[in-house]
Each structure stands twice: as structure tokens, then as C-alpha cells.
Design a protein around this ligand. Structure first.
Ligand SMILES: *[C@@H]1O[C@H](CO)[C@@H](O)[C@H](O)[C@H]1NC(C)=O
Ligand SMILES: *[C@@H]1O[C@H](CO)[C@@H](O)[C@H](O)[C@H]1NC(C)=O
Ligand SMILES: *[C@@H]1O[C@H](CO)[C@@H](O)[C@H](O)[C@H]1NC(C)=O
Ligand SMILES: *[C@@H]1O[C@H](CO)[C@@H](O)[C@H](O)[C@H]1NC(C)=O
Length: 399
């Protein structure tokens, strides 16, 4: 059983692409070290696809209840193989796509389960915004991960809780900025307890637990709650999909059915906020006292980020389902229909003989196996996918 997914992939270089020559050496070095290859094609015939499906199930520990369900999923997987091959052709040399843990999900299922309903960027009172240019030199590259301000990558599982991860990870960065040690804070607490709604502005925004929410509303929840438990004390359980430690959470008190839709069909009160939250376990001294939004100008965002720390952002993420690596500059992407929240941690410039591409480095909450060790990169400077339209940070009480 020493086969791995690599051996079933037809490796085929795209010599016609401008970056192919430059990347050939690197490709040769890493092609046996990584699980799923980028500059390559998956074989599309049924036998190969079935073999790949088996290996993929093993790799991601996926089991199906019935033969019928497995067959249905296999056909989605097979379609995705073809779709990923097409994406790799279309974006060749720029962004690579591969089979990851979303490989047996249709685009529709991915949008429904993992992403949030699309919403316009929220518009805040002018006093909320930090718009100052500090006049600092913006270096070519910058990375809060290297500087120890970012906790390990987490996995939201198969529910729409990205907004809570994004907000909590910003707070984690602010906590370290306040001179404290790196601490995982409780995403589950926010998912279970927060039902904030914002009726101001053009479109209404609400926190809906496993069905989506907004980081700026989550900061306000933490302000009201008076603190946060650690991620170890109040552990993540709502997205585990039946794995050990799974919980059946009830909607937070105040959950708005009109805005959020029907809550989960089954929930267990003793596995939910009311029974679990314990203010005695709040991390001593950690208090969110305010929150801010940052101007849309990406140079301002970079400058402010150097001062503030990792920032929460939202974007249109439909095309990220099969992302594997590279700087992503999607052909179709909305700047005003946001459906995913993540954490901006740095930036850089990718240079080769033919082009110079500035990018943002972004922390995702889809596990460390996804993308570039849990991170991805987006083109910087053109408001790609609305990544600059909902940039926010919590403000913590000074130590
Ligand atoms: C934070 O969470 C990560 C991954 O879930 C874990 O590996 C790490 O040990 C945790 N850190 C602390 C300080 O508990
Ligand atoms: C509301 O929407 C209209 C039309 O899309 C736009 O012109 C206006 O600026 C928006 N106002 C706010 C507060 O978002
Ligand atoms: C839920 O949201 C709707 C739409 O914004 C609003 O009219 C309604 O009053 C809210 N319900 C509750 C219980 O807050
Ligand atoms: C609710 O959760 C508690 C604690 O996890 C468990 O003991 C109980 O059996 C659950 N109730 C139901 C109906 O599943």
C-alpha cells in the first residue's frame, strides 16, 4: 500500500506557458514530495478516477453510509477532476488547483455549506474608519506569521463559521501585540453565543452561528460578553461532522430566523452556549473595548497592518474551493458579494523573468493541508474579490 495519489497522476508539463521553464526545476524537486501536483493533469478516464477516489477517501478519512451515496460522490469527484484540469489549463503557470478535502463537493454544496450567503460589504459610520496614511515606507514583503503573531491554522469543518475564525484570529494577534503569549481563543464560544444583528446601512448583516456571520459583529459580541475562553477550554466542535467531539449546538439566544434562515433541525441545550460558557475561565485581562475598520486603499491597509497586526477581511471565495497554490487573480470574482471571512497576515511580490505580481498572504480556516499550508495568496492592488472592502480589527484594553 505504498501508492500515493502522485503515482496516479499523469505528469505533464505545460511547456507552452511562460513560467514553465522557470518552474521546471522546482517541479522536479517537489513532485514526489507533495500529495497533489499542480502543473499536471489528472487522468480523466473512469478507472483512474476511481483509483484516485479511493486514495482520496483514505487520505482524508472519508467514509460514506451507503454504496449509493459513495457512487453519487464519486461522480461529483470525477466531474471535479475534469474541472480542476480545465482550471489548471486556464490559469497555467499562475495558480494551481488540486484535489483537496472539498474534492467531492459540487460548487453549489461548497457555497451552501462552507461559504456564507453573499452580502454587500457593510458600510460603517465615518468615525469607525482608520484612513490615515502614516507615510511609512512599505517594504516589498511583510509577514506577521514570521513575526509570531499568528496561531496555527485551524479547520472550520463542513459548516459556515469562517467569520468567527477570522474575528477570533484578529483578536489573537491583538492579544500578542499587547505583550501576551500566543493563545488559541475560543471560536466555538463566538459561534454558539453570538447572534448580533446590524440593521444600519443598505443590507442587513447578522451573526448566524454555523450559517455565517460578520467579524465586526463578533467583536461587539466579545465586548458585551466581557471576555473569551481559550480554544482549549471551550473547544471547537460544531464543524466536526460526526467525528469524535462533535456537538449539536442550538442557535444563540436572539438568533434571527428571518435573517439567518431555519436553524439546525436538531440541537442539544447541554452542548450549547447557555450550558457551556464559563466567565470564570475567561482569559484574565483580555477585553475587547472597541473595533475599527480600515480604508479600502490597499497601501493604507498595508501600512496600518504593519502597525496594528493581522487584520480580518472578507471576500468572494467561490473559486477558492480547488485552490492549491500560487497568486490567485480570478477571472470572475465579485467585489461586492462577500461570502467568506479570513485573516490578512502579510504581503509580498512574486517575481519571475516575465512578470511582477504583488500579492496578499491570507490565513484560511480550512485546515493546514489546504492550499499553501493553510494559507493562500491573492493579487494585491486591484481590490481583488472585494478583499479590501471589509477590513476590520478589534481594539483591546491596554494592559
Ligand atoms: C493551538 O491550536 C493548535 C492547533 O489546533 C495546537 O497545535 C496548539 O498546540 C494550540 N496552542 C496552544 C498554546 O494550546
Ligand atoms: C446604498 O446603495 C446605494 C445604491 O447601491 C448606494 O448609492 C449608496 O451609497 C449605498 N449607501 C450605503 C450607506 O451603503
Ligand atoms: C429579524 O430581522 C428582521 C429583518 O431585519 C427584523 O424585521 C426583525 O425584527 C428581526 N427579528 C428579531 C426577533 O429581532
Ligand atoms: C445532549 O448532550 C448531553 C451531553 O453531551 C448528552 O449526555 C445527552 O445524551 C444529549 N441528549 C440527546 C437527546 O442527545
Amino acid at each position: 500500500m505504498s501508492t500515493n495519489i502522485n503515482t496516479l497522476v499523469t505528469k505533464k508539463m505545460n511547456f507552452g506557458t511562460k513560467r514553465a521553464m522557470a518552474s521546471y526545476a522546482v517541479w522536479a524537486l517537489i513532485s514526489f514530495a507533495v500529495l497533489s501536483l499542480g502543473s499536471c493533469r489528472y487522468a480523466e478516464d473512469e478507472d483512474s478516477a476511481r483509483n484516485l477516489f479511493k486514495l482520496w477517501q483514505k487520505e482524508y478519512e472519508v467514509q460514506y453510509d451507503s454504496y449509493l451515496q459513495a457512487e453519487e460522490k464519486f461522480h461529483v469527484f470525477w466531474d471535479n477532476i475534469k474541472y480542476i484540469n480545465n482550471l489548471n489549463k486556464e490559469y497555467s503557470g499562475e495558480t494551481e488547483f488540486a484535489l483537496n478535502h472539498f474534492a467531492a463537493m459540487t460548487t453549489k454544496e461548497f457555497k451552501q455549506k462552507i461559504l456564507m450567503p453573499k452580502r454587500q460589504p457593510p458600510v460603517f459610520d465615518e468615525s469607525r474608519y482608520i484612513r490615515d496614511r502614516l507615510g511609512r515606507d512599505i517594504p516589498d514583503s511583510f509577514d506577521w506569521v514570521e513575526k509570531g503573531r499568528v496561531t496555527p491554522v485551524k479547520d472550520q469543518g463542513d459548516v459556515g463559521t469562517c467569520w468567527a475564525f477570522s474575528a477570533v484570529e484578529n483578536i489573537e494577534g491583538q492579544w500578542i501585540a499587547a505583550g501576551q503569549k500566543m493563545t488559541n481563543l475560543s471560536v466555538e464560544q463566538v459561534v454558539e453565543c453570538d447572534s448580533n444583528v446590524d440593521h444600519s446601512g443598505n443590507s442587513t448583516h447578522a451573526d448566524c452561528g454555523v450559517f455565517g456571520g460578520w467579524p465586526y459583529l463578533a467583536y461587539q459580541y466579545v465586548m458585551k460578553a466581557g471576555g473569551m475562553e481559550t480554544g482549549e477550554d471551550y473547544s471547537y466542535c460544531c464543524g466536526l461532522g460526526g467525528k469524535p467531539g462533535t456537538c449539536s449546538i442550538c442557535p444563540a439566544a436572539g438568533y434571527n430566523w428571518t435573517l439567518c434562515g431555519d436553524p439546525t433541525w436538531f440541537c442539544n441545550m447541554t452542548q450549547s452556549c447557555g450550558a457551556k460558557i464559563n466567565p470564570k475561565k475567561f482569559v484574565p485581562g483580555l477585553k475587547v473595548v472597541d473595533w475599527k475598520a480600515i480604508d479600502e486603499d490597499e497601501n493604507t491597509i498595508a501600512e496600518q497592518m504593519m502597525t496594528i497586526g493581522p487584520l480580518s477581511v472578507a471576500m468572494d471565495a467561490t473559486l477558492l474551493q480547488h485552490y492549491h497554490k500560487g497568486v490567485f487573480d480570478p477571472i470572475f470574482c465579485s467585489k461586492t458579494a462577500l461570502d467568506h471571512a479570513v485573516l490578512l497576515v502579510g504581503w509580498g511580490v512574486e517575481k519571475d523573468l516575465f512578470s511582477t505580481k504583488p500579492y496578499w498572504r491570507v490565513k484560511n480556516s480550512w485546515g493546514a493541508k489546504w492550499g499553501e499550508n493553510g494559507y493562500f495568496r491573492m493579487l494585491r492592488g486591484s481590490g481583488i474579490c472585494g478583499i479590501n472592502t471589509a477590513v476590520t480589527t478589534a481594539v483591546l484594553q491596554k494592559p
